[in-house]
Write a protein that binds this ligand. Sequence first.
Ligand SMILES: *Cc1c(COP(=O)(O)O)cnc(C)c1O
Length: 382
Amino acid sequence: MIPYGRQDIQPSDIAAVTKVLESDFLTQGPVITSFEKAVAEKVGAMHAVACNSATSALHLACLALDVGVGDVVWTSPNTFVASANCALYCGAEIDFVDIDPETFNMSVEALLKKLTAAEAAGRLPKVVIPVHFAGQSCDMAAIYDISLKFGFSIIEDASHAIGGQYRDSYVGRCCYSDITVFSFHPVKIITSAEGGMALTGAEGLANRLRRLRQHGITRDATEMVDEPHGGWYYEQVDLGFNYRMTELQAALGASQLLRLDDYVVRRAELAHKYDAELAQMTVHLPCEQIEVRSAWHLYVVRVDPVCRAKIFNALRSDGIGVNVHYIPVHLQPFYQRRGFVRGDFPVAEAYYASAISIPLFPGLTQEDQRYVVQRIARALDK
Ligand SMILES: *Cc1c(COP(=O)(O)O)cnc(C)c1O
């Protein structure tokens, strides 16, 4: 089976992880700190906080921005469920903004319209979480401008987009957001097995993220209620979690980070090869926006919804691990029980009915890609 995505592990990655196993620290050691510094430096962010997953990082990001009971958070329906669940973990309400039919990212137009209605109803969101679908950044300058008018904070869910760029900056620099979150799950651009990171330009937020990552405990006297009792002293000042990354994960992530740009270049090459090879077929191809350089996490083709299942099944029988990203979050049974119904976000639903993610990962060979293209042609012909 040719999967839709797959990690790339080199001998240098194995050596980096092995070295940690032979060291003094398996967790809470120096490698995590240097991985955080390396990612922050790479993307041009001031602060980085490594976590055991992007899901944890999203949860901490919401908490750091004071999301709680009575608050509303908005995200895109075309995402993995974690982008929405994080608000519910904090006791807040979640709602969605429909997507743009070209980019499949949150629609700026729909956002503005929904904000105007929410303002009239006195139910403005506290935080909006745009998701950089497939590795292509949302129109962050526009969303940021709107946030100034309506007073919400922004968390970029950049789980697909490390190494991608927007207006000549790497995604994660947080020029247009409070916090950006990366995922290092093995199907993403670089991996630490499980792992995620929250980046921010605000020192106060970075401190809160760090504290919440480790049980709400601080060892910084300036954050304490009491005078320190001695060198052993710490205080729990918030209700936090154990969302720490291990040294093993950080070593793998740091080793992979060295190849980040190569990975993105390779993914773009493969994507452009698909663009050329599939251009004459009866499929819609993804398109990159002018100010964006996608990290190309996914290559999604869209087909006639009537034939989608047939084409999907034909490709699966041909040994091609196609997938579908995403079933709109509001259509999940859990969210349906919370009152969302089919028809709430029609663009995301129409997109979902037609989408197929085809294999795209750095180790995809020319031969495999040729095979994928040939089988797509055959499946479309039938
Ligand atoms: C993968 C993913 C997540 C969750 O990442 P984990 O590291 O697996 O927790 C969140 N949001 C999006 C958009 C994702 O693709």
